[in-house]
Design a protein. Structure first.
Length: 506
């Protein structure tokens, strides 16, 4: 049977909470019990001192009847919790007692009233109040507290003529007071019930809090992770999990989202690469088959143009044939460049110098279209290990596309080079043209896909893509319709691998 991790956490934390609260309840109950018993012992000691003071002169003057009467009166206060009052002589014989049947009897020194003195092995008058107290049970099961109080041999006792004692005798006897602990036991039982109930309520409240925290912090995030993982396993790479809370599960959700995003990007790249490979194989075959007859058409059309130089109408028609044939040959050449890209001849190159050469190629055309070109080239760029001619081809394509995006109304193009992250250099071409619609962005690197109408072949960016991929670099685009477009070419300074970044909108 499968057990959820949240259930295990609740059980473990609940058990630990129960043990802690239970231990605290036991400690509190024991402390409360000891405190109640100590208070009762102090009360019994005060009562014993009161009785001893009240009977002092009766003992001194040997008024036995008065002494009996006072002890019986105090011992009869059962309603106040006083169960018995007795006076022992030093031999352990009961001389006075509220229970008259005990008068004259002797107790065993191992008994509850005598054991404490003999067991301690030191004089009774030096024992503390707790050492002189004892608890035992009455025949009816009620707990009793017994407290013995020494009756010292005062100087007045040893000099009295009526019953003088030897002055060397330190003790004449002890006063034993027995009080009931029924009230204390009831209070302890009540406290036990309250503490137990409080502990149970605390455990239940803690369990509820743990359940709620577990549901908020564990169950829901884990359930979302499980559901998201299943959806990704079914092929839905657009799955995202809400990131809630600044904790490990929140970090896990963020990492999961980043992973699915990278998987989606990789899948799109693979699909794009497969699409380009398929188109490349088809283009190579078609270009090879069309190139030869197209060369024948161009040759014969040029010959006819020379022969019919006097026929203006025929020459105009032949000029159209020659122009369109040359255009077709350019398309086929682009197809061959795309289908059979030349491996880059990597040599150390200066990216700034490559950019200057590309600008010189397109500067005349941009000037005719009233496009202002500004350069912001970083100084001290590291040397790049790449094919300068192919990188220049990419730069020319990006500049021409930027000029076409601006159109005939004029605008600005800003070219920037800078040091990139992780050992790369970057070339940014930013224009303020019409921008690229969001729905067109994912397709701009596809062969023959163009937003220029009849003015473009749709091969420039596809060929640039292949060049950048061969260099292990990255080519990304950010565009805001109506505001402009920025292409970023990122090339590693060494011959290491890179990635092609799927274009996104700003």
């Amino acid at each position: 049977m499968r057990t959820r991790i949240g259930t295990r956490l609740i059980l473990g934390a609940g058990l630990a909470t129960a043990l802690v609260i239970g231990g605290m309840a036991v400690v509190i109950l024991r402390s409360h019990t000891a405190q109640l018993l100590a208070e009762r012992t102090r009360s019994a000691d005060q009562l014993s001192e009161t009785i001893k003071s009240a009977t002092h002169y009766d003992m001194l003057e040997n008024r036995r009847e008065n002494l009996h009467r006072q002890i019986r009166a105090v011992g009869g206060l059962a309603g106040e919790g006083i169960q018995k009052v007795r006076v022992f002589n030093k031999e352990g014989r009961i001389m006075f007692s509220s229970a008259e049947e005990e008068i004259g009897t002797s107790l065993d020194i191992r008994g509850e009233a005598c054991y404490v003195c003999h067991a301690e092995g030191r004089p009774l008058e030096r024992l503390g109040i707790q050492a002189r107290a004892r608890t035992f049970r009455a025949p009816d099961g009620t707990r009793l507290l017994g407290l013995i109080n020494p009756i010292p041999n005062d100087p007045s006792c040893s000099t009295a003529g009526c019953h003088a004692h030897n002055a060397k005798q330190s003790l004449l006897g002890v006063l034993d007071v027995n009080v009931s602990l029924a009230e204390v036991d009831r209070e302890i039982a009540h406290s036990r019930i309250l503490i137990t109930a409080s502990a149970v309520l605390a455990i239940l409240a803690g369990s509820l809090i743990l359940w709620w925290l577990n549901r908020q912090l564990v169950v829901r995030p884990v359930a979302a992770l499980v559901a998201g993982t299943r959806r990704v396993g079914e092929g839905d790479l657009g799955t995202t999990i809400p990131v809630s809370g600044n904790h490990e599960l929140g970090e896990l959700a963020g990492a999961f989202n980043a992973m699915t995003h990278r998987l989606a990007e990789t899948q799109r790249q693979l699909a794009q690469a497969d699409k380009l490979a398929s188109v490349g194989r088809l283009a190579a075959g078609v270009a090879h088959e069309i190139n030869n007859p197209l060369t024948g058409v161009l040759s014969y059309a040029s010959l006819l143009r020379k022969r019919l130089d006097g026929d203006v109408s025929a020459c105009d028609d032949l000029d159209v044939i020659v122009r369109e044939t040359v255009r077709c040959r350019g398309i086929i050449r682009g197809l061959l460049d795309f289908a059979r890209p030349t491996p880059p001849a990597r040599k150390p190159m200066d990216l700034n110098e490559v950019v200057r050469r590309a600008v010189s190629v397109v500067m005349t055309q941009l000037s005719l279209n009233q496009v202002d070109l500004s350069l912001d080239l970083a100084t001290e760029l590291p040397v790049v290990l790449a094919d300068a001619n192919q990188i220049q081809q990419v730069a020319v394509n990006l500049l021409l596309n930027a000029g076409d995006a601006i159109g005939d109304g004029g605008g600005t193009i800003r070219v920037t080079t800078r040091l990139g992250a992780e050992g790369t250099v970057e070339l940014l071409v930013h224009d303020n043209g019409r921008g690229i619609p969001p729905e067109d962005l994912p397709r701009i690197f596809e062969p023959f896909y163009t937003t220029k109408g009849n003015h473009g072949t749709g091969l420039g960016l596809a060929v640039s893509w292949g060049i950048v991929e061969a260099h292990g670099g990255a080519l990304e685009v950010r565009s805001d319709p109506g505001q402009g477009t920025c292409f970023t070419l990122r090339i590693p300074t060494s011959a290491g691998g890179g990635q092609i970044v799927i274009p996104t909108t700003t």
